[in-house]
Design a protein around this ligand. Sequence first.
Ligand SMILES: C[S@@+](CC[C@H](N)C(=O)[O-])C[C@H]1O[C@@H](n2cnc3c(N)ncnc32)[C@H](O)[C@@H]1O
Length: 189
Amino acid sequence: MGHDLHGAGRSSFDLIDAELLFSGLALRPGSTFLDLGCGRGNYAIAAAELIGEAGHVYAVDAWEEGIEQLKSALKDRGIRHVSPILADIGQRLPLEDHSIDVCFAATVFHDLVRENVHHQALLEVKRTLKKDGSLAVVEFKKFAGRPGPAIEVKLSPGELAAILAPHGFFSRASTEIGPHNYLTIFGLL
Ligand SMILES: C[S@@+](CC[C@H](N)C(=O)[O-])C[C@H]1O[C@@H](n2cnc3c(N)ncnc32)[C@H](O)[C@@H]1O
């Protein structure tokens, strides 16, 4: 990778209300779910349980240790419908065109912005999403202090929507999913 990898080893999963998140995502049995910047795969495993073996989860991260930990968690639990993928989100992903129902990025998008790979990442999201698919982004509320990165790096819902709009994404819904985080769900024009 030609840039520093931010956020490796950190997860927002224990900060958020998973019930609120997944009710917002409206995953169905058989859905395909792409977890961009999956880390150790906490969200990917939770999504896999909801969509069942008729569906599939693709979990992408460039952090090798996280991908290895996800592989062993999947083996321990006997989960076969999650594919861990070691890859840079700033490059073309090994995924079929228009194959994903929900593309998901939890506390990752601000990292892609500071790595300046977010435009390429959004091209890949557009290429891989089904026509009626959604992009679901979890970010930190824009407050000073932890958890999350420095306030200048945090993205407000308005800043996030303004970055995605030129790529044809519009906000379908935005909601708080815990004291520190919000979820915005985008569709494609
Ligand atoms: C703050 S962690 C969030 C992990 C996970 N979404 C969670 O909340 O449990 C950000 C993740 O994005 C990954 N990441 C950052 N930039 C990346 C890139 N360009 N390609 C692939 N993964 C990247 C990091 O390795 C890290 O695992």
